[in-house]
Design a protein around this ligand. Sequence first.
Ligand code: F0G
Length: 348
Amino acid sequence: FDGNNLSVWKYKDALPVKIKPVSLREGGTPLYKIEKIESGVKNLFVKHEGLNPSGSFKDRGMTVGVTKAVELKMRTVICASTGNTSASMAMYAAKAGLRAVVILPSGKVALGKLAQALMHGAKVIAVKDNFDKALEIVKSLAMRKSLYLLNSINPFRLEGQKTIAYEIYDELGFVPDAIFVPVGNAGNISAIYKGFKELVEMGYTDEVPRMIGVQAKGANPIYKAFVKGSREIEPVKNPETIATAIRIGAPVNAKKALRAIYESKGAVIEVGDEEIVEAQKMLAAKEGIGVEPASAASLAGALKFEEELESAVCIATGNLLKDPDEVIRVCGKPIEVEADVDVIEKLL
Ligand code: F0G
């Protein structure tokens, strides 16, 4: 027994890998029905990708990407990251016995993610610039040295992430009207769409869901392209949002994502930081689903979507524990008092 039937590798026949996978039992995440939050969607679900081994959906792509690195006999893997990719890559590289190098935008990576990359043994380098610049550097380095690049330009990453679509279909037994996905580098929305298209090609169904991308207002190049009806993006020079995971101005998978959005009659919605925090709080306090800010963007998008839908799934991409500083900022610190029963009783 290897646990494969409980992970992404349940779908190994649809994954382009021949060797034994480097797996930490990723995938198989819960799909929760939203019960208390009101929206224009009759049956709204949240897929909690924050319950993957490293706490984000990146693990689905990393199990495939790192296995590929092993298959190709690469010794070192590298990525640029807003945090989650680096945490996941460091974890899978540790499992596989590979060296890991991560390049991060200095001061803009949530503490939990940084902690993971450090503890799982990656060489962590923080550059005094943003994610887009870090990715540029990583691409140049990978051309110069034999470093295996594991950002989502690597197609094997997307192969793993497409299993989100398979799982949704497996669990619901039907294709929902829409999927809401937070969009940063635009890999995940492209991957999920690929998964649904394959379900059609394999004859399981004849429809795909509308792919709805959600971007933060301060980091919205795909939203701007969508509003113009264009397939080209104009990079946002100094992206800024509380959702640091999607603080990206020049998404590498923009073309693929826009194709998925147009082909599926989807849309792109932009949400402000206040809307993101509001959605994050609602998910946590009303539904018991703890997510990081970027992940709450999908729900914020669904709440803002103007059409009525019969069914939709919001992808909650990362765990609440990833960004404890943000939580303290938006919830405040706990009240500190003397250890006295009477004093505390009065506070209740
Ligand atoms: N949500 C979270 C929590 C993420 O970490 C990311 C991307 C996204 C959404 C957007 O996914 O890039 O495929 O459109 N994080 C990357 C990283 C960029 O480095 O961890 P995308």
